[in-house]
Design a protein around this ligand. Structure first.
Ligand SMILES: [Zn+2]
Length: 223
């Protein structure tokens, strides 16, 4: 299993390269490239949200808590007094950083549900939905944000798989096949619940035609 530094290093490198390549072919502007790089890097550590007590978990929940505060300020600043906003932000930070992180530690198994292609897709769709609906980003950019997070997530799962192969003897370690899997076969119920919960995302997403157009454009540039 790859460690935190490897995950963060490789995903940051991948994010930097993707952001630079897209900027050069005018898929996005310089400022948007920074967001792409950051989202790929964050996606590259996100699957280890299920590893109890790891350095990655503390950092992930810290970033999620800060992101929740930024969202709350953007959405509620017109509706609350400064004191009310301060109380909400404090509550949100404690709630995400400590309560949500404790719940995650209690109910997830390392390299279970969160190390799967299903989780990669749902995390990407959630990012697109937040970017489009809560942050009012244009449809195309919202899809780019979701794809960037998914790319980082996939880099993580691939690295976990590569590290489970003993390269010297080409022998497969026991953890082979536990990261890059479509769903968590040991707990299909959890995967099904995640899938059902994610159907709520559908009404929050931008148009699929915009995604198709973006993918077509990226593929033709690649060729
Ligand atoms: Zn992992």
């Amino acid at each position: 299993m790859a460690n935190f530094r490897t995950h963060f290093g490789v995903a940051s490198l991948g994010g930097g390269l993707a952001a630079q390549a897209g900027w050069q072919v005018s898929l996005w502007s310089g400022w948007q490239a920074l967001a792409v790089a950051a989202l790929v890097a964050f996606g590259g550590i996100l699957p280890d949200i299920d590893a109890d007590h790891s350095q990655a978990v503390r950092l992930i929940f810290h970033i999620l808590a800060v992101a929740a505060i930024v969202l709350a300020v953007l959405i509620l600043q017109q509706r609350l007094t400064p004191a009310g906003l301060f109380a909400v932000c404090g509550g949100l930070y404690l709630g995400v950083r400590y309560v949500a992180s404790a719940l995650f530690a209690r109910f997830t198994v390392h390299r279970g549900l969160w190390h799967s292609l299903l989780a990669a897709a749902i995390s990407g769709l959630s990012t697109t939905a937040i970017s489009f609906t809560l942050l009012d980003q244009p449809e195309r950019l919202a899809w780019i944000h979701g794809l960037a997070l998914t790319l980082g997530f996939l880099i993580h799962l691939t690295l976990d798989e590569l590290y489970s192969v003993d390269l010297t003897g080409a022998r497969l370690k026991r953890s082979f096949g536990t990261a890059l899997k479509p769903i968590d076969w040991h707990a299909p119920g959890g995967s099904l619940m995640l899938l059902l919960a994610s159907t709520h995302l559908l009404s929050w997403l931008p148009s699929l035609a915009v995604l198709r157009q973006l993918l077509d454009q990226s593929l033709s540039l690649w060729r």
